[in-house]
Write a protein that binds this ligand. Sequence first.
Ligand SMILES: [Cu+2]
Length: 138
Amino acid sequence: MRRAHIGIVIGLTVAALALAGCGGGDEEATATETTTTVATTVPTGSVLKGSVGPGFDISLATEDGQAVETLPAGTYTLEVDDQSDIHNFHLTGTGVDVKTDVGATGVESFEITVEAGTYEFVCDPHSGSMNGSFEVTG
Ligand SMILES: [Cu+2]
């Protein structure tokens, strides 16, 4: 188990380096199998997966499970899986203000068009601890 865990950590490090555009000099790390599934860019028009609950967790990821940190400007389908009736998922930023209902659960889809800047997602009742953000590049 410990070995597998270290492999994942290396994989994530490689992904971070690849996203930063400076993957050179890490020949050993890039030889791991995990690199084949790493998405270095999020395609415009792809599906973004928002998730909140059942615990005090909120997240935004690509369809293959990579946390969304930067996105190219464009239109995306946001699919939110609201798994709790005490939380919601609320995304805001330039031109975007979409949210699920706190008391409701289930999957809800939104078409969003993002432009350069910072976008934030929160659970409204617990925004101090349940929040995240990503940057949209122009
Ligand atoms: Cu909450």
